[in-house]
Design a protein around this ligand. Structure first.
Ligand code: FES
Length: 174
């Protein structure tokens, strides 16, 4: 997963991060909580490289550990996210019920390629349209395999998804 381009941290953001760190100092899961709150406060819901460096230094944690946390948890983003997020499950149950075709159809509909903004490969995808309206991602499993294929649109789970329904949902968001 590639880090987004350098991003300078303003005084206000540094103060907000310092405050968060102070508020959670010594608590279990402090790093996760701090990172989660920072991401939530970002307009494009991602963690720029400079922010990760700043958090690592301020919490006296090796940057490698911060980086492994944000790459381990799927809800952390290292690139700017679109206004709408469509997440397609690529787990086995969803794969056997056509999730790859759904993904390819969606990329086609939104004009996304794996070399576009964001990042992507055959099975792990995070792509954002140039107009920042949509981000398309994949996940290993939503834990809703009985509903396969599963697609999450703006945090709402849609089971037994098909291309027609997905097209309708995308059109409604345009
Ligand atoms: S494999 Fe898709 S929800 Fe489990």
């Amino acid at each position: 997963m590639a880090l987004a381009a350098a991003h300078s941290i303003g005084l206000t953001q540094r103060q907000a991060i310092d405050q968060l760190i102070n508020d959670h100092r010594g608590r279990p899961g402090a790093l996760l909580t701090v990172l989660e709150r920072i991401q939530e406060a970002q307009p494009r819901k991602f963690l720029p490289a400079e922010v990760l460096r700043y958090v690592a230094a301020a919490m006296r944690i090796p940057l490698s550990r911060v980086f492994s946390v944000v790459t381990f948890y799927a809800f952390f983003n290292l690139t700017p996210q679109g206004d709408n997020t469509v997440c397609i499950c690529r787990g086995t149950a969803c794969h056997t019920r056509g999730s790859r075709d759904l993904l390819e159809r969606l990329k086609l509909e939104l004009g996304l390629t794996d070399t576009g903004p964001g990042e992507g490969s055959a099975d792990k995808v995070s792509l954002t349209t140039p107009d920042s309206r949509f981000t398309v991602r994949t996940v290993a499993c939503f834990g809703q395999c009985a509903l396969a294929p599963v697609v999450e649109i703006n945090r709402n789970i849609h089971g037994h998804m098909n291309e027609r329904e997905m097209h309708k949902a995308i059109q409604a968001l345009r």
